[in-house]
Design a protein around this ligand. Sequence first.
Ligand SMILES: CC(C)(COP(=O)(O)OP(=O)(O)OC[C@H]1O[C@@H](n2cnc3c(N)ncnc32)[C@H](O)[C@@H]1OP(=O)(O)O)[C@@H](O)C(=O)NCCC(=O)NCCS
Length: 194
Amino acid sequence: MAVLKKLRSRLWAHDESASAARADDSGVDYSAAVNAYDALELFESHYDVRPLTLAQLDECWRLDQRCFVDGEAYSRETFEYLLTAPEAITFRAVTRGGAMAGFIIGLVEPDHTGHITTVGVAPEHRRRRLAHRLMEKTEDAFRRRHIRTVRLEVRSINTGAQALYRTIGYTVTQRLPRYYSNGGDGLLMVKALE
Ligand SMILES: CC(C)(COP(=O)(O)OP(=O)(O)OC[C@H]1O[C@@H](n2cnc3c(N)ncnc32)[C@H](O)[C@@H]1OP(=O)(O)O)[C@@H](O)C(=O)NCCC(=O)NCCS
């Protein structure tokens, strides 16, 4: 996630499945395709991806606080800005019952790169490809805006999130010393969109 202070100037400017590998007789390994299919089926039978709007401000803010228990959760005001900014791309994953299970916020930066600002999935809904799906939706939205490069920041100790980003094609390009308010280092990860 990107830290709050990096967004402050913008705030003021706006006036405040792990299946076994399988091979058929031809020797072709279809396991990746089968896993992707299983994951898609699981996702589509249990969750929908919908736009995230100001109507979900409090629900999203509460979920963020459950996801970021390290003191880096965004304030309600920051979410209010992000959910109304024209340069923001925002989605939520919802259960069949309509509850928010995950969210993502991306920004189109002035230099016309994409920036994944934050992504979070409720602990009870993790490892079901929700974050993966939300990232794909956001990247598709960036592509529609003719964006070719996406970046994000992640804590150097957040190996789970780094694993997620690597599976989607992001690579570490830079270490960001003391990027986070508690003094923790960040990693800058970048992906070129095709
Ligand atoms: C990081 C986070 C968003 C991942 O959400 P998720 O919906 O569980 O992730 P997905 O199910 O889409 O993961 C897809 C793949 O990424 C990798 N991955 C995701 N979380 C992982 C973890 N904790 N450890 C290792 N690999 C992980 C795996 O390869 C996973 O595929 P698999 O489950 O088939 O092995 C979620 O754990 C979270 O909200 N964490 C707290 C907030 C946070 O750290 N956000 C990112 C800040 S930069």
